[in-house]
Design a protein around this ligand. Structure first.
Ligand code: ZN
Length: 162
């Protein structure tokens, strides 16, 4: 296991789309365990492979308080989304010190594969739904900054966080 380097906004590699995983095996399992370790190291609740400079559709999430409930989503897709929304203030390991309330679907159904390539379906609600939508944004080359105003972006660029 290893702690991986995390790309930081405005690194252009954060704006590239990730490719679906097609090969399952040791290398993918190692990536997943390194991503979990990296996420826990930063006390984050979610991390996507593009943030560690791997252009693959891999997401890890853990909303538990004691790092006991890792969720691994390979090639995740939102198959349905409830029409009602929630607003959570989100942060991002790639944009330290920046927080933004984001409007997300409050309940989503996800189709994904696990780290061994087995498909599964799940329903996520509330904070978990928001977190998964945030990570899927990363797979599509989108970050919190794509939801921000020009003013918020320039304020962040001028701030001391970089
Ligand atoms: Zn993020």
């Amino acid at each position: 296991m290893a702690i991986l380097g995390v790309l930081r906004y405005p690194d252009p590699r954060l704006s590239k789309s990730a490719h679906p995983v097609e090969v399952f095996g040791h290398a993918l399992e190692e990536l997943v365990s390194d991503m979990l370790e990296t996420m826990y190291h930063h006390q984050a609740i979610g991390l996507s492979a593009p943030q560690v400079n791997v252009k693959k559709q891999v997401v890890v999430v853990d909303l538990s308080e004691n790092q006991s409930s890792p969720l691994v989503l390979i090639n995740p897709m939102v198959s349905s989304a409830a029409p009602d929304h929630s607003h959570f203030e989100e942060g991002c390991v790639s944009i330290p010190g920046f927080y933004l309330p984001i409007r997300r679907s409050r309940s989503i159904q996800i189709e994904a594969l696990d780290a061994q390539g087995h498909s599964f379906s799940m329903i996520a609600e509330g904070w978990l739904a928001a977190c998964i939508q945030h990570e899927i944004d990363h797979l599509n080359g989108q970050t919190l900054m794509d939801h921000a105003t020009m003013k918020q972006r320039s304020q962040y660029r001028r701030s001391a966080h970089r």
